[in-house]
Design a protein around this ligand. Structure first.
Ligand code: SF4
Length: 160
């Protein structure tokens, strides 16, 4: 990288450096001392503490009001082994197969609802394969099923 960048005028972005701050600080120092025409833009929740560093605090982006709600709360082993809520199931099913086992991936279907104009009833109903008329009208309450809390009419009705 040093050999490539040394003769060039370039801007390099190091993103999310707070996770590896010491290693990023070392890399940044080597790049800046080895490449005289390099500009480095670093995003990090903490400064790297290297010479010449200038900090530009960026406030968090405002978020619109949402209709967000918890849909499933369970022990993590139970959640991954036997997810109950349809959205939890679909999210876990959409995880890329990094072990290349040949498992097919099924991305979550449909559009993410507009948080400024959320759907009536269960906000997941436009994308849920188990939605019924009740789901479109009545927001499910978070109820206890075994060791988990789940907000889903299909689970409550024993349909899944
Ligand atoms: S309440 Fe209905 S729409 Fe919502 S996740 Fe359960 S089955 Fe799907």
């Amino acid at each position: 990288m040093l050999r490539y960048l040394r003769p060039r005028e370039a801007l390099v972005v190091l993103d999310n450096c707070e996770h590896l701050a010491p290693a990023c600080a070392l890399l940044a120092h080597r790049l800046l001392t080895g490449c005289p025409r390099l500009l480095l833009l670093v995003t990090s929740r903490e400064p790297l503490g290297i010479g010449g560093e200038a900090q530009f605090p960026v406030p968090p982006l405002p978020t619109p009001p949402t209709d967000a709600a918890m849909v499933e709360l369970a022990d993590k082993a139970q959640l991954f082994a036997r997810p109950r809520h349809p959205y939890t199931r679909m999210l876990l099913d959409a995880i890329p197969d990094i072990h290349m086992s040949g498992r097919s991936r099924t991305p979550v279907q449909g559009e993410v609802p507009n948080p400024l104009n959320p759907p009536t009833g269960c906000s997941f109903h436009p994308r849920c394969p188990h939605a019924n008329a009740r789901c479109k009208q009545e927001r499910p309450a978070l109820l206890r099923f075994g060791g988990a809390l789940i907000a889903c009419h299909a689970v409550e009705e024993g349909r899944i």
